[in-house]
Design a protein around this ligand. Structure first.
Ligand code: ATP
Ligand code: MG
Length: 595
């Protein structure tokens, strides 16, 4: 059997355990082979007086009387069972340990790979489906890698062992048993292919179901707000029904195997029974010999049946391996160039040079973006919604790479820096702040795990968050819900700002950092940022242009290009898009402020 490379990698560290397990299995096989002998001895040497195998007779003659032989046969049966039991216990224990460790390894490796994959991968794949691979597919592979591979191994060995012993007993009867094997093999392979297709469908439907459930629960508030519970339930109903149908289809295909094997067993047994009784009547064969042969025949078909029924398992594992391998082979990776270097402490000069980028081929978002930010400058990025502002700033820490053009930091293409080093020097406040389930303290310290308590408090103060945190009953120990759900939007955003500030980076990128704040809080946060900006480059996206009043430069992104660039005063004087936006906002505010 060809072991897929992935499986081999996962199994390699466990060679010793596997060898031990194998040893326990060999003991079990030998005991399986020995089990029918006491019965034969009793039938032939105690009840009857046949002398078939001379070496048995030699041993038995040492025992003396028939009563002793009978007792020895009884004790032998028990000893065989005890030995087999002990081996089984050790084997099961080791196998379970192996299985768990393989599962752990694989899950971790997958997670490492998933963390390396860029956002483009997550645009194309549903989180629920990924989770399903991390859980179900890993479980299938873990079960197979340990239990099934060893089962296959022992079953195959057992079959060979039994064939050898059967040959020694009655080669002619053995041939009868063997004639059905090739037909069975062809049949099982045929069925296996069909089962595999069906199982693939099952796994697809299952992960679709998990994704549907996950998405529905994640947006439960929207579902309830819009009264779309029935619709969501229907979605889930459809998904579970499809999963069930796929399962039944797969089961129907694999269920034909057992009856066919049962038929083969009955055919062989019938033939042997018929021939055997004729031979016994002719005095050519002993009753014990026929009994033991029939016992072996039954034992021969058990592993054969197990192997055949593995068709289902094989199919599942093949599909799961394929899915896991697809994650490992995903090429949406922002990789370090081979000669990439660890960036020195950055000064923060950023240059975009003819940058083009699109999320999908043929749909450019940025067509030709060129602008320069000097170290220590504060630059505002402005533009209509959907014009690509968030996209522009996401290219700086290489969340995605441009399709054309280059981005330089301190004169070096960002792709020539090691990714981790580059990102470790950029603080980022994302457009929607997402927090971890955990304490507020741990959420702020997420930006810099070694931050001390005073540093955490200082960052919270700068972000104008300290006050509301202190007012909470548990203060910094307050636990926030998934994604920060138990906080208000403005609170979440201020913690997001504190999380970025605590990193103390030379480059700070803020995507609408104050969108969720009231005018008062915004004012405080902006003031704090302005104080903090000394010696740092700050790139901030803002819809509310008042936040940009002290910006050194404003870059207007429109239709995929930089349409205007200059200081607040310059752009107002030019009377273009920026001036128009300013006028609209000013008029809007004036109208609101009117009594
Ligand atoms: P806003 O002011 O509303 O935040 P923006 O200027 O930040 O808008 P971007 O988020 O950069 O706009 O999006 C620019 C364009 O790219 C939009 O047309 C959007 O539909 C598209 N887009 C954004 N993210 C993705 C994505 N992950 N996959 C595909 N298209 C995307
Ligand atoms: Mg945006």
């Amino acid at each position: 059997m060809i072991v897929p490379p992935l499986l081999r990698d996962v199994l390699r560290p466990h060679r010793v355990t596997m060898a031990l397990i194998l040893a326990t299995m060999l003991v079990q096989i030998v005991m399986t082979l020995a089990a029918p002998w006491p019965l034969k001895i009793v039938i032939d040497n105690v009840i009857g007086t046949h002398r078939q195998f001379f070496w048995i007779n030699a041993i038995l003659s040492q025992l003396g009387s028939k009563a002793h032989i009978a007792a020895a046969a009884g004790i032998g049966t028990v000893l065989i069972a005890v030995t087999a039991g002990a081996a089984m216990y050790a084997g099961n224990y080791l196998t379970e340990g192996l299985s768990q460790r393989i599962g752990n390894d694989l899950r971790l490796r997958l997670y490492q790979q998933l963390q390396r994959l860029s956002l483009a991968y997550y645009d194309a794949n549903r989180i629920g489906a990924i989770v399903s691979t991390l859980t179900s597919d890993v479980q299938t592979i873990q079960g197979f890698a340990s239990v099934s591979t060893l089962n296959i191994f022992t079953n195959t060995l057992t079959v060979f062992g039994i064939v050898v012993v059967m040959f020694l007993c009655r080669w002619d009867f053995t041939l009868i048993a063997l004639t059905v094997v090739p037909f069975l093999a062809i049949f099982v392979l045929r069925v296996n292919r069909a089962v595999r297709d069906a199982v693939k469908e099952v796994r697809m439907q299952q992960s679709d179901l998990v994704a549907t459930l996950q998405e529905g629960l994640q947006m439960i508030q929207v579902v309830q707000a819009f009264g779309r519970e029935d619709h969501q339930e229907q979605q889930v109903r459809n998904a579970t029904t499809r999963t069930m149908t796929a399962w039944l289809q797969a089961r129907r295909r694999s269920s034909v195997i057992s009856p066919v094997i049962a038929l083969a067993v009955a055919l062989c047994t019938g033939l042997v029974l018929w021939r055997g009784s004729l031979l016994i009547m002719a005095g050519v064969m002993t009753i014990g010999a026929l009994t033991i042969f029939l016992a072996y025949l039954a034992r021969f078909f058990q592993p054969v049946r197990d192997l055949a029924e593995m068709a289902n398992t094989f199919a599942q594992v093949a599909v799961s391996l394929e899915r896991v391998e697809a994650v490992f082979q995903a090429d949406e990776v922002i990789a370090d160039r081979p000669d990439a270097k660890v960036p020195p402490p950055l000064r923060g000069g950023i240059t975009f040079s003819h940058v083009a980028f699109g999320y999908r081929p043929g749909v450019p978002v940025l067509r030709d973006v060129t602008f320069t930010i000097s170290p220590g400058q504060m630059v505002g990025i402005v533009g209509p919604t959907g014009s690509g502002k968030s996209t522009v700033v996401s290219l700086i820490p290489r969340f995605r790479d441009p399709d054309a053009g280059q981005i330089f930091i301190d004169g070096v293409d960002v792709r020539d820096y090691r990714l981790r080093g580059l990102r470790s020097q950029i603080g980022f406040v994302l457009q929607d702040t997402v927090l971890l389930r955990g304490s507020i303290r741990s959420n702020i310290a997420f930006g810099r795990p070694d931050a001390t308590e005073p540093e955490i408090i200082r960052a919270a103060e700068l972000a104008n968050a300290h006050e509301f945190i202190s007012r909470m009953p548990d203060g910094y120990d307050t636990v926030v819900g998934d994604r920060g759900s138990t906080l208000s939007g403005g609170q979440r955003q201020r913690i997001g700002i504190a999380r970025a500030l605590i990193r103390d980076n030379p480059i700070l990128v803020l995507d609408e950092p104050t969108a969720a704040l009231d005018a008062e809080s915004e004012h405080l946060v902006i003031e704090a940022l302005e104080r903090l900006m000394e010696g740092r480059t700050v790139v901030t996206i803002a819809h509310r242009l008042s936040t940009l009043r002290s910006a050194d430069k404003i870059v207007v992104i429109e239709d995929g290009v930089v349409s205007e660039e200059g200081s607040h005063g310059d752009l107002l004087g030019r009377g273009g898009t920026y001036a128009q936006l300013c006028r609209l906002q000013f008029e809007g505010r004036a109208a609101r402020d009117r009594p």
